[in-house]
Write a protein that binds this ligand. Structure first.
Ligand code: SAH
Length: 373
């Protein structure tokens, strides 16, 4: 591969087949070449490629990585998810076979904690992990050696109920953005100006891609959508209806539609510029839970509710579990309790993160969603 073209950034050595993943400049060089040759690319294209490169090349989680997630902060998180699923499964009549499915399982910590909690209730599902990153699969194999891996839901078994979990998965899927200009709605694209990437409005009219009730928004308004998240939930909801089961989708997001760009990059636990050094920082966008609820319901799947992570954990009795863990390990009590507080505190992850529950219409009511369930 050669990117030695005029006006393009310096490149790393990508000529050796099987060489370790490219240096930071390489995806930037590929994008710059593509844009120079063909014009601006969509944000969806940019984000999809950047995250594929980012996750394929590293384990981004933990103190030494770029960001930390709830299951890495406290084991109570995975345990409560396991308990919630076991409770539903028991009240559904303990159907067998039953399959645990996790989307984007990271280091496998949530799966390990959830499966341990389920086992206490006699629930020992087969384990299916949907993961695209080779680097993370290796880490997951250590945590959950009995798992089978999948590229998407299509190869997950269809002979029994699914117990599905996705934590901070949907936020990593690429978004599209439409921006209202003087001339109407346009897709927001990524251009290369010779030194850096910049968001620009495309030429083609895109009014039809904007929900009708938002088309009159002021010039400058940005409306996001995430076709990948909608496609996953569409497939998942269809599966839950066809073969029964339930799902918990947990992410930072909103449950009433909102405008504006939520695209962000995180590197080394700090906000970074999403348009700088693509492939070297985690790109995410807030999850639009209102739309995902409609997608699920359009398939006759049952929406159990969308609630704040803190409220959901507290309703399930998680504080008692955190206290018991702290009492059992007095020397770590402070760390255990402060980790738990981080998950539920409204100023930390408690309110921004939401839990959405979905289930087969034939499955019983669920805990944790208040009056919505
Ligand atoms: N759920 C984990 C990790 C969250 S990070 C936790 O809570 O700690 C996002 C995860 O989704 C990673 O495992 C990443 O490799 C995976 N992922 C991102 N995009 C994906 C895609 N398109 N298909 C499959 N997995 C993907």
């Amino acid at each position: 591969m050669s990117f030695g073209r005029r006006g393009l950034p310096p490149t790393g050595d990508t000529a050796t087949p099987g060489a370790s993943p490219d240096g930071p400049e390489d995806l930037a060089a590929i994008f710059a070449r593509l844009i120079t040759a063909q014009g601006p690319i969509t944000i969806q294209h940019y984000m999809g490629e950047a995250n594929a490169r980012y996750y394929a090349s590293r384990d981004p989680l933990g103190v030494t990585g770029d960001f930390i997630t709830a299951p890495e902060i406290s084991q109570v998180f995975g345990e409560m998810i396991g308990l919630w699923l076991a409770d539903l499964w028991i009240r559904a009549g303990r159907p067998q076979p039953v399959h645990y499915v996790e989307l984007g399982p990271g280091r496998g910590t949530l799966a390990r904690d959830a499966l341990r909690a389920m086992a206490r209730f006699g629930l020992a599902p087969t384990v299916h992990l949907v993961e695209s990153s080779i680097a993370l699969k290796a880490v997951q194999l250590e945590a959950v050696p009995q798992a089978r891996w999948h590229h998407d839901l299509s190869t997950v078994p269809n002979d029994g109920p699914l117990l599905v979990v996705a934590n901070e998965f949907l936020d990593a899927l690429p978004i599209r953005q439409m921006v209202r200009t003087d001339a109407g709605w346009r897709e927001r694209l990524v251009d290369w100006d010779g030194t850096g990437f910049i968001p620009v409005a495309g030429d083609r009219p895109m009014d039809a891609a904007v929900p009708e009730d938002r088309r009159d928004a002021a010039v400058g308004t940005i409306v996001e959508s995430c076709p990948g998240a909608a496609a996953v939930v569409f497939e998942l909801a269809g599966r839950l209806v066809a073969q029964r089961g339930a799902a918990l989708l947990i992410d930072y997001g909103y449950d009433t539609p909102q405008d504006g760009s939520t695209l962000q990059a995180v590197r080394a636990h700090a906000r970074a510029d999403p348009f700088a050094a693509p492939g070297t920082a985690d790109l995410t966008a807030l999850v639009d839970f209102a739309t995902l609820r409609h997608v699920a319901e359009s398939r006759d799947c049952r929406w159990l509710g969308t609630t704040a992570q803190g409220a959901w954990l507290n309703a399930l009795g998680a504080p008692t579990r955190a206290r018991a863990l702290a009492d059992a390990a007095p020397d770590q009590a402070e760390a255990i309790l402060s980790g738990y507080t981080r998950l539920v505190d409204p100023g930390q992850m408690g309110t921004l993160f939401k839990v959405m529950g979905l289930a087969s219409p034939l499955w019983p009511d669920a805990e944790g969603f208040g009056s919505a369930a």
